[in-house]
Design a protein around this ligand. Structure first.
Ligand SMILES: Cc1cc2nc3c(=O)[nH]c(=O)nc-3n(C[C@H](O)[C@H](O)[C@H](O)COP(=O)(O)O)c2cc1C
Length: 120
């Protein structure tokens, strides 16, 4: 597979980030992935660093993975044809559903994180 990924300046994509429901991907300690629909998010600059705040309710399995899993996550902005995946990510829980399999999504290994990003 050709690697077509490029480094981006996050603030160049802030409108896309603000406008779209994101998919936050997390991982348990065995490497199993989960994804969740995420609307409560914010991008800001603190001390010259781009910081993304993601608000995840305590009741979400994603919260458990963020606090007890590998302690990393990726934020993915889905393309327009991925509404189905966003629906699945926002209406099933990873505690009993493999949402990647259900949505038929593929991942790409993270360059800076153990957690991968979503293809597309
Ligand atoms: C469009 C949409 C946006 C959502 N945004 C958030 C959010 O920002 N934070 C949150 O805690 N839950 C949010 N939810 C709810 C979770 O995505 C939902 O409860 C999900 O099933 C939790 O999955 P999990 O148990 O695998 O973590 C959203 C749901 C939808 C449909």
């Amino acid at each position: 597979m050709t690697n077509t990924r490029q480094e981006i300046e996050p603030f160049n994509y802030i409108e896309l980030f603000k406008r779209n429901t994101a998919l936050i991907v997390t991982m348990d300690k065995s490497g199993k992935l989960n994804m969740m629909a995420l609307d409560w998010k914010k991008m800001e600059e603190i001390d010259d660093k781009t910081v993304i705040r993601a608000q995840v309710a305590y009741s979400r399995y994603t919260y458990t993975l963020l606090t007890e899993g590998v302690n990393e996550f990726t934020i993915n902005i889905p393309s327009n044809n991925m509404y189905h995946a966003v629906d699945i990510a926002g209406s099933y829980s990873g505690i009993n559903t493999d949402k990647f399999q259900k949505a038929g999504l593929e991942t790409i290994p993270g360059q800076k994180t153990k957690v991968p990003t979503i293809k597309d």
